[in-house]
Design a protein around this ligand. Sequence first.
Ligand code: G3H
Ligand code: 13P
Ligand code: ZN
Length: 312
Amino acid sequence: MPLVNTTEMFKKAYEGGYAIGAFNVNNMEIIQGITEACHELRAPVILQVSAGARKYANHTYLTKLVEAAVLLDPELPIALHLDHGPSFELCKDCIDGGFTSVMFDGSSKPYEENVEEARRVAEYAHKYNVTVEAELGQLAGIEDEVSVDEDKAHFTDPDQVEDFVKRTGVDSLAIAIGTSHGAYKFKPGQKPQLRFDILEEVSRRLPGFPIVLHGASSVVPQFVEEINLYGGSMPDAIGIPEEMLRQAATMAVCKINIDSDLRLAMTASVRKYLAQNPTHFDPRQYLGPARTAIKEMVEHKINTVLGCAGKA
Ligand code: G3H
Ligand code: 13P
Ligand code: ZN
């Protein structure tokens, strides 16, 4: 099976009450760790590339690495997705360059501009059987290209979603219900909360329509502790409780985005390895265990949050 778009994945996920993991990829070990876990658990998967990842690793390197994963398991449904595409031009580049899904992120633009550019992206993408995600509402947090202050972040307004989807023709919608990007999602002492009422209202207005959650890492404490133990400093890193994400996956949420948890697993593994083996200097010695840490993190997500094992 060549790379797939997200249509079939999301249809089955919606009907089956589970979600597909969308994991950010930046290099070979990350791609290998994710796809090995999905191969073993027979879990469909979205490999997503941010603008920053594309700048770091190069479009051709990333697409060829993903192509290798497809060759190694031709039966596994894998989508290659652009994460947070800031413009029509970047979305077009990725569509022309072999991606099967793109996100146009116009969430920081005025509503009418977001509508117009998302519509343009969808019109172009659909000619090539590429699916399109767009976003309404704004998450707090930092990505390479965009940084959103907490005071500018705002929840999705359910009154806008029908108009937006109808006018743009997009295939899925990312909404803001209290998740945020990065490893510091709540303040110490603050009770983690998601606005399930907004998610319910959105899905009532858009029956059967796939919803996406960004900023959905749980910031697994074990890895933060390990980072801090082996020379790092990440005090008060807090994520979304896994049971909340599991609940969202049984609702209209069909795609759950995870990047920070992979970064934490990889960093914890490298820090621990180097601290315990100060004389080693062959990158394979520490990147091997880091790749295993990514694989174990993805297995954990599939089993405890996503519920998509055996769905490939
Ligand atoms: O949502 C953002 C992702 O974590 C990607 O982050 O822009 O630093 O690659 P990045
Ligand atoms: P996290 O930072 O919570 O992993 O979110 C990643 C994400 O939303 C990628 O688009
Ligand atoms: Zn995101």
